[in-house]
Design a protein around this ligand. Structure first.
Ligand SMILES: [Zn+2]
Length: 711
């Protein structure tokens, strides 16, 4: 707050609170009008923030009337050890510096150079995909989120310098999209604003808005926010005046989340109006597609289909609009989508979007002209292939964003279950353990014997030239996991994700609470919580998430069992007390090794099992078999004994599962499609399973997640 006062040169907001936009005089010069507008928005923000105890959250639902939960301020949770501290350290020391180097080295990527050219600071042409601006904003958001935790002045300086370039690139009317701006500088006439929906302008703008909100919340500076306000104003005016044809520019709508977050930051009611309008106009054009979820209006959709990143971003944005408006027609569709995805279209890793290319389920018709092609998309119900799973990392992250918002709105633990599943498995799989290399797709099996090449490398690579959307997305997500760990409500504090950390939080009424959580989760289900600072004589509740996968959870207070506490899987166990400094809670979440099977309608995995322990899904890699043995010849029995053993891969501590498995004599499949069944050799091979997310970190391997079940 101090920084803002300093920035706009006032000492107290109180005397300005009565100002409204009506006080603007029409005779003011346009620049003065703009200045006044920013000034008033800042006053609104200051006034709003003073009323709110928690306003520096990643997603700020503290004043959302239809959200049950709100988030803690960014930086309130500090990882202190174990799993997430390790990933966070790699994020701080390698992921962010490395990706920043990649994005600012024009020999590798033009992500930053495009802004410099658009700002007139350099010459040349735009290079990279049209959504590269959005990629850069995501990386910027990762830096800002990291700054919230470290307060490293070098990051602050880096952001200041970068913002100056982005601001200089922006057009006076607020439009900012480097492919167009660069051509405009050249007067080439080649690019026009919103010329082509595949230019991804609104996607880029959405990520600018989100990054700006995060930057403002963690630094108090309004430099990037001013750019985002101009851009949001531009978008507001654009949608007021655009033809329906132009207005359909909503590919991969990150801007629904972005616009709502801008509303939360500025309280400018036009932004909420814009967000509502963006959803309302979907599906009104004649040539909408299932791939883009706009063949039918959002409220008439009954199943998840089409491009999975676009779908999940749409759902997350609609959940944001619901949090502000309580529009039950939106929640109705969101519930249909969620049940469809989780019950019929989600991989065991939480991944989604199984198809590289396919046909829309809605396009099924005897008239071939009505069949619509979809790509990187949700398939039909139960269509979940392993080798050819697309599962874009961004789709899996989109699902985290969507479920996070559903959790904030409802407080229902089922959303936290999906978030956790995706985070530990199909999000983390998108980046190498050393933090330098990335996967675009996340298949559940890989074999060099497959006689065709799939698009996109199955070895993680440093820069995905055609589509680098996933790397900054996964990096920002890892930087922000601490923001998902807890929530606050009128009743108290909610534990969503477990990990060793310290919390310096405020309850909704502003009273401070400090706690320490100690655990080796997800490798061990024992969680110890200690109160370090509590409000005196004030009762509040602690809500402990009991994961849906966990049977037999138990809770101790001050070392004593509390059997009367309801620890039903898939709920939050509520403990209400007047807490004292030094009081402890011990939560035990048993996590035995568990064999999982899929619904028999998933034909790809009939008679196969996957191995799970706690929230972590396991896989078998050829790196863990003796030379000459093949991954696809290994079979598990129903009574397989797999023992947890810690190992290290690429300096990362990982819980492996070691044991014996059966071996099938299936070596001779060359030019053979079918053969008679042979008897497997029981317990003939030593195996070691590793967490799915850690696959492909020991060179090029064959891998599988679903294994045949022998006995
Ligand atoms: Zn992506």
């Amino acid at each position: 707050m101090k920084t803002i006062f300093k920035y706009i040169g006032i000492t107290s907001p109180a005397s300005h609170q009565g100002l409204s936009q009506r006080t603007l005089r029409p005779s003011l010069a346009p620049e003065m009008k703009t200045l006044y507008k920013y000034f008033i928005i800042l006053i609104l923000m200051i006034a709003g923030n003073e009323l709110s105890a928690q306003n520096k959250a990643l997603v700020n639902t503290s004043k959302s009337n239809y959200a049950k939960l709100s988030s803690l301020d960014m930086g309130a949770v500090q990882w202190t050890g174990g799993f997430w501290a390790d990933r966070f350290k790699v994020c701080r020391d390698t992921m962010i510096p490395n990706l920043w180097r990649v994005y600012t080295d024009p020999k590798i990527s033009h992500a930053y150079r495009n802004f410099e050219i658009a700002a007139g600071l350099d010459t040349g042409s735009h290079e990279g995909p049209p959504f590269h601006d959005g990629d850069f904003y995501k990386l910027f958001e990762a830096v800002a989120s990291m700054y919230a935790n470290t307060h490293d002045p070098k990051l602050d300086e880096l952001m200041d310098k970068t913002i100056a370039v982005i601001a200089k690139a922006q057009r006076a009317d607020g439009y900012i999209h480097t492919p167009t701006l660069i051509e405009e500088r050249k007067n080439s006439g080649k690019e026009k604003a919103f010329n082509d929906r595949l230019n991804f302008e609104t996607y880029n703008l959405g990520h600018l808005m989100t990054a700006a909100c995060v930057h403002y919340r963690v630094t108090g500076k309004t430099t990037l926010l001013k750019v985002a306000i101009k851009a949001t104003d531009y978008l507001y005016k654009f949608y007021k005046t655009a033809s329906p044809e132009l207005a359909r520019n909503a590919i991969c709508p990150s801007h629904y989340m972005g616009v709502v977050e801008m509303y939360r930051t500025t309280r400018d009611p036009r932004y909420l109006e814009l967000a509502k309008n963006l959803i309302d106009i979907r599906g009104l054009m004649k040539d909408g597609t299932d791939d883009n979820q706009d063949r039918t209006p959002f409220r008439q959709q009954t199943q998840a289909m089409g491009h999975a990143v676009r779908a999940n971003y749409l759902f997350a944005g609609a959940a944001d609009v619901y949090a502000e408006t309580g529009d039950t027609t939106l929640m109705h569709t969101l519930n249909l989508m969620w049940n469809d995805v989780v019950n019929r279209k989600m991989y065991i890793t939480g991944g989604c979007g199984s198809l590289y290319d396919g046909v829309s389920p809605d396009g099924t018709s005897y008239n071939p002209n009505e069949v619509q092609k979809v790509h990187q998309a949700y398939g039909r119900d139960y269509q979940l292939p392993s080798f050819t799973a697309h599962n874009e990392t961004c789709a899996n992250i989109g699902k985290v964003l969507w479920n996070w918002r559903m959790l904030q709105v409802t407080g229902d633990a089922k959303y936290a279950d999906v978030m956790e599943l995706a985070l530990y498995n199909s999000v983390l799989s998108g980046i190498s353990l050393n933090g330098r290399n990335f996967l675009y797709t996340n298949p559940l099996a890989y074999s060099d014997s497959l006689p065709f090449k799939q698009r996109w490398s199955k070895d993680r690579i440093g820069y995905i030239k055609l589509s680098n959307c996933c790397p900054p997305n996964v990096v920002r997500t890892i930087a922000e996991v601490s923001d998902y760990a807890y929530s606050a409500s009128d009743k108290g504090l909610w534990f969503n994700l477990y990990g060793s950390n310290t919390i310096t939080a405020k309850l909704k009424d502003g009273t401070p609470v400090k706690m320490t959580q100690t655990t080796n989760y997800p490798w061990d289900g024992k969680i110890h919580i200690r109160f370090d600072e509590v409000p005196g004589n004030k009762a509040f509740s602690v809500f402990l998430r009991i994961p849906g996968w966990c049977k037999g959870a138990s809770i101790k207070l001050e070392g004593q069992p509390v059997p009367q506490l309801d620890a039903t899987p898939g709920t939050y166990a509520q403990i209400n007390a007047v807490w004292r400094k030094g009081m402890t809670i011990d939560l035990d979440l048993p996590m035995p090794v568990t064999l999982m099977e899929a619904n028999p309608l998933v034909e790809e995995t009939r008679n196969q099992v996957a191995v799970k322990r706690g929230p972590v899904v396991y896989c078998l890699e050829s790196a863990d078999l003796a030379k000459g043995q093949k991954v696809f010849n290994v079979a598990l029995s129903a009574n397989s004994q797999l023992k947890p053993e810690m190992i290290r891969i690429d300096n990362s501590e990982i819980m492996s599962l070691a044991g014996k498995a059966d071996l099938r004599d299936e070596n001779n499949w060359i030019n053979r499609l079918y053969k008679e069944v042979s008897t497997p050799k029981q317990n003939a091979v030593d195996i070691r399973l590793i967490p799915y997310y850690a696959w492909g970190n020991r060179g090029h391997v064959d891998m599988e997640t679903w294994m045949p079940l022998d006995r």
